[in-house]
Design a protein around this ligand. Structure first.
Ligand SMILES: Cc1cc2nc3c(=O)[nH]c(=O)nc-3n(C[C@H](O)[C@H](O)[C@H](O)COP(=O)(O)OP(=O)(O)OC[C@H]3O[C@@H](n4cnc5c(N)ncnc54)[C@H](O)[C@@H]3O)c2cc1C
Ligand code: FES
Length: 501
């Protein structure tokens, strides 16, 4: 993915540092920035470019309005948990603002009000409950009769004052500059192949170089060092976004979300090279990763919904999708890796709030790495077990178990001639399944269709041109190279064709 940020050469030797951070998205880069400020020697490695993961796909609402609702958080984590959730996400917005100001990062940071409004079958009662719970959690929310100035009948809405938006790539560009100034090192194109705890702990790269460190932070969006514990407690969802051209000033700047599940998330951005226009960014239509490949239908529904609510839309200029990790008990996992690891930390499970969550990870993990106490640590502890979340836990894991049926089904096609150039499909070969990609020139590329995490069968994603695993969200490029964990290894070579040639 092209991010326009400065990129760095791959690591070409063994090194020793205080802290090694795997993943150069908002979580990893915020950790690197804050730790480098304390004088620790810090290295960041990423197997792609900086911000080439979900941070480059975000719609960048900076908000303490959590998409799982405070009344649900309160049920599972108590009033104190809800209060810490509100406090930590609000503090994250402040921290982004402070860092942008301190480091003079011109990242279009803008304070805006956010509005949660009713959609689908939702009833006003849900807004009232959220109003009560958010106030109890310490947020200054207010019920309004309608959202001021929007071109549709919003009905009553819950106002979250002084939320924000920004440009994450410009922000990460500024963090990069500051990390380097403070002595940090960044290596792109450097895949972490193995992450092992110890004194020191070690990351071994795909090129065989070893980084030894007092602490390792795995900020790969979904951890690539853990096989089961965390991945049983969260699920990967794909979400879709369109960017529509609208006349400047025709919609008030703000953050807007509706209440159905999946919900729509909406904001405005200045249009590049068009002073009289803005881009209305609308997202939604989520589904579990690898469990649907109907993006044209989803983009169509998003456009239909957007045009109905914002009739001033002139054209749809952008379409993209990305992945979010949904924890079963609504709170992300930030802290020491579960199990026996002492020096390995993770940040994951950030729902649709990964901008603030990644910033919380920076604040919290800096304290934990330095051995300091942090009042948010228990709420985000990756080892926590919430009995109240048992039904969601079972539901997600039953869903995963069902995906193994794909071992027994027929393939999507029976012959590679049925695949269009630039597309992929899974084919059955005897008892095995093969991921077949036909490139634009018609050349066939085959890999095993078995995900290298826990052996589910991958599915073709025609929007992103990737192989997506329906079990825990691992993704691979058309040639089998891993894009998203938890898989850490590429798709294996395809089983040979048993038919006589
Ligand atoms: C369409 C969309 C809209 C969103 N909108 C919002 C929003 O409005 N507000 C909000 O707060 N959040 C939003 N989110 C969520 C947010 O974007 C993400 O949660 C956040 O960007 C995750 O950041 P991260 O640093 O954890 O992961 P990433 O940005 O994905 O970074 C992880 C990095 O790890 C690297 N990596 C992975 N495996 C390895 C390995 N083995 N070796 C080396 N490197 C590796 C990857 O290359 C990647 O660069 C949205 C997400 C999507 C997809
Ligand atoms: S991501 Fe777990 S089996 Fe594929």
């Amino acid at each position: 993915m092209e991010t326009g940020l400065p990129q760095f050469s791959p690591l070409d030797r063994d090194i020793r540092v205080n802290v090694c951070i795997v993943g150069a998205g908002i979580a990893g880069m915020t950790c690197a920035y804050l730790l480098a400020r304390t004088g620790r020697s810090v290295v960041v490695i990423d197997d792609g470019p900086i911000a080439g993961g979900e941070t480059g796909r975000t719609t960048a609402h900076l908000t303490a309005a959590l998409d799982d609702r405070y009344y649900e958080i309160e049920k599972l984590h108590g009033k104190d948990g809800a209060r810490i959730a509100a406090e930590s996400h609000s503090a994250a917005i402040d921290r982004v603002e402070n860092i942008a100001s301190l480091e003079e990062i011109d990242c279009d940071f803008e304070r805006l009000d956010g509005y949660l409004f009713l959609g689908g079958d939702s009833k006003k009662k849900a807004l009232d409950r959220e109003h009560q719970s958010t106030r109890g959690a310490g947020l200054d929310t207010e019920m309004v009769d309608k959202i001021p100035g929007v071109p549709f009948e919003s009905g009553p809405a819950l106002k979250f004052p002084r939320q924000a938006q920004f440009h994450p790539l410009k922000y990460l560009n500024g963090l990069t500059r500051a990390i380097l100034r403070d002595g940090g090192k960044i290596y792109c194109g450097t895949h972490a192949d193995k992450i092992v705890d110890g004194e020191p702990a070690e990351v071994t790269t795909a090129d065989g170089h070893v980084i030894t460190a007092d602490s390792i932070i795995v900020a790969t969006n979904t951890p690539v060092n853990d096989w089961l514990i965390i991945h049983n407690k969260q699920a990967a969802y794909r979400t879709y976004v369109i960017g529509c051209l609208v006349p400047k000033g025709s919609i008030p700047r703000g953050l807007y979300w509706d209440t159905p599940d999946p919900y729509h998330y909406i904001r405005l951005q200045d249009a590049p090279n068009a002073a009289d226009s803005e881009i209305l960014i609308v997202g939604g239509e989520d589904h579990k990763t690898g469990q649907a490949d109907d993006s044209a239908v989803r983009f169509g529904r998003l456009e239909e919904w957007s045009r109905k609510h914002f009739p001033m839309i002139q054209s749809v200029e952008y379409r993209w999708s990305g992945q979010v990790m949904e924890p079963v008990d609504y709170m992300g996992y930030i802290g020491r890796n579960p199990g026996t690891d002492k020096h390995i930390f993770v940040a994951t499970g950030d729902s649709g709030n990964g901008m603030t969550h990644g910033t919380i990870a920076g604040i919290l993990l800096t304290d934990l790495v330095l051995g300091l106490k942090n009042p948010w640590a228990a709420l985000y502890d990756p080892s926590r077990v919430k009995l109240g979340a048992a039904s969601d836990y079972v539901k997600e894991n039953v869903n995963v178990a069902k995906q193994y049926k794909d071992w027994l089904t027929e393939g999507d096609v029976t012959d590679a001639s049925q695949i269009a150039p630039g597309e992929g499909a899974v084919m059955r070969r005897g008892s095995k399944k093969v991921a077949v990609y036909k490139d634009e020139s018609g050349t066939i590329h085959e890999r095993s269709a078995v995900c290298t995490h826990l052996y589910c069968i991958v599915d073709w994603n025609s929007t992103e041109k990737s192989w997506d695993c329906p079990c825990h969200g691992s993704r691979f490029d058309p040639y089998g190279k891993v894009i998203n964990g938890p898989a850490i290894a590429p798709l294996q070579p395809a089983p040979s064709d048993p038919r006589p040639s």
